[in-house]
Design a binder for this molecule. Sequence first.
Ligand code: SF4
Ligand code: SF4
Length: 117
Amino acid sequence: MDRLRQELGRMFCRRCDYCQPCTQEIPISLAMDYPSLVKRLPPEIIFSGFVADAMEKATNCTKCGDCEERCPYNLPIQEMLEDYVNWYRREKTKYQGQTYSNKRIPSYSSNNGIHPG
Ligand code: SF4
Ligand code: SF4
């Protein structure tokens, strides 16, 4: 278990952008930062600002795998993006279902464990 936690702890994007260019113009490093952004930014930014733009673009991933071949840290980018996009979608649905006065910071425990959160 400790070894697994250590591996997960190393699974983060260094934002070097060596994975670019993405044929779908996905801002990979920004989308890969979703777990951190969702903790730091208000939901208005997450669901309608630049984070939303990045996550919506990430839904267009064709899983070509080109980015993973270029990542010097061997990150499973496709899998991580899929996880973060699903996480984003779930929280967006919850957020949109709330009344304005009842809006709250999204839950951080909803990822599937790929990222330690
Ligand atoms: S796998 Fe997805 S994110 Fe990576 S280069 Fe291809 S389309 Fe872009
Ligand atoms: S190459 Fe890897 S570590 Fe660098 S920005 Fe892309 S996903 Fe992140």
